[in-house]
Ligand binder design. Structure first.
Ligand SMILES: *Cc1c(COP(=O)(O)O)cnc(C)c1O
Length: 391
């Protein structure tokens, strides 16, 4: 029977029934090693016992009441997020795009406070910020924007990892920079070590807000709770979502300083945002991350996987680069390689290809050493075989 779901994704012909850690099983009981985590969502793996318990317990008590009232779990989660991120307050929503919408509204309101009637935000080429109209407009990929004009105005685009280009922006309406610490959809692009530091310096000089989209890089993915914590930079705004609820939908926009004062009563809202169920899941995620030292594990295993991949593929004529941080790993080839996804699936391996020619790996942080070896070995064999085939 044909599916009546809108074909917004080119879905692979597989349906999973259950999971455990980094393993997934389909209807035929075939087992797959998950090296994509539902696109950086299930950082604790599938069917995590602590998240399961927290969600069940909360669902038996209270799922939703509304932000018309105080919500205990929401206040606990806000406190915990501020403690681990160094930010001051939090707006809760249900997705990454919504978290970025909140960030963009903070920037606009900040602009108006400064007497700028048409505030603009600097965004990067190759960026991905979401699919709503504002975040699609901020996204730096013409293919996903095509057919949706008129896009929203108020964005100034510069190349990624190019400080001189940011310095050269002379538009007096600019009030903020929105940037991913590592570009995810854009091809696991890791900028220069001092990129964020330089952006911070420019923001300080010009009184711009530094807003980080940590939706993919956050929640332990890169070997720090947030990727910016690899540096000494202090951002004004951070958006997170994806792995925050390990699959239970929740997003958050964290703010500090003047940015934390922009969204007051009546200025923004969300019906579901920060309800008791979603916040219970997120609290369980944060607790498990620290209890099981999963962030340190992500740093260590990620290095291991990259090292094995470099040994196997580093000298290959058609492999351009093996890069990333923690469990955010990219293998860039010199040619489009989308077919690798189906070939890997046939071998029981879930991977992803982004930006046409970059194999993207986002394994759950609960990966075992053995799974890390299995992934690196199987994948390098697959890539070598594929490159022979296409040569
Ligand atoms: C996934 C992603 C988004 C969008 O998140 P949704 O939950 O799909 O709206 C935004 N920014 C980055 C960096 C992402 O990886």
């Amino acid at each position: 029977m044909p599916s009546q779901v809108m074909p917004t994704y080119a879905r692979l012909p597989v349906m999973f029934e259950r999971g455990e850690g980094a393993w997934l099983w389909d209807k035929q009981d075939r087992r797959y090693l998950d090296a994509i985590s539902g696109i950086a969502v299930c950082n604790l793996g599938h069917a995590h016992p602590a998240v399961f318990a927290a969600v069940c317990e909360q669902a038996g008590k209270l799922v939703h009441t509304s932000n018309l009232y105080r919500i205990e779990k929401q206040e606990e989660l806000a406190q915990e997020l501020c403690r681990v991120s160094g930010m001051e307050n939090v707006f809760f929503c249900n997705s990454g795009a919504e978290a970025n919408e909140a960030a963009l509204k903070i920037a606009r309101r900040y602009g108006h406070f400064r007497g700028i009637d048409e505030p603009a935000v600097i965004v990067m080429e190759g960026a991905f910020h979401g699919r709503t109209l504002a975040t699609l407009s901020a996204t730096g990929n013409r293919k996903v924007q095509e057919g949706f004009a008129p896009l929203m105005s108020g964005f100034v685009r510069v190349p990624y990892d190019d400080i001189a280009a940011v310095e050269a922006v002379a538009d007096p309406n600019v009030v903020a920079i929105l940037v991913e610490p590592i570009q995810g959809e854009g091809g696991i692009r890791v900028p220069a070590d001092d990129f964020l530091l330089q952006l911070r310096r420019i923001c300080d000089q010009r009184e711009w807000l530094l807003m980080l989209d940590e939706i993919q890089t956050g929640i332990g993915r890169t070997g720090k709770f947030l990727a910016y914590q690899h540096t000494f930079v202090r951002p004004d705004v951070i958006s997170v979502a994806k792995a925050l609820g390990n699959g239970v939908p929740i997003g958050a926009c964290l703010a500090s300083g003047v940015a934390s004062e922009m969204l007051t009563a009546g200025k923004h809202g969300s019906t579901f945002g920060g309800n008791a169920l979603a916040c219970s899941a997120a609290l369980a995620v944060l607790k498990a991350l620290s209890r099981d030292q999963l962030i340190e594990r992500a740093a260590r295993l990620g290095d291991q996987i990259r090292e094995t991949l470099r040994t196997a593929l580093g000298q290959h004529a058609h492999v351009v680069d093996v890069r990333g941080k923690g469990m955010m790993i990219g293998i860039e080839l010199d040619q489009p390689c989308g077919e690798l996804v189906s070939l890997a699936l046939e071998r029981g391996l879930l991977i992803n290809v982004t930006a046409d020619r970059v194999v993207r790996l986002l394994p759950p942080l609960v990966f075992t050493e053995e799974q890390a070896r299995l992934l690196a070995d199987e994948l390098s064999k697959l890539i070598v075989g594929y490159l022979k085939l296409t040569a």
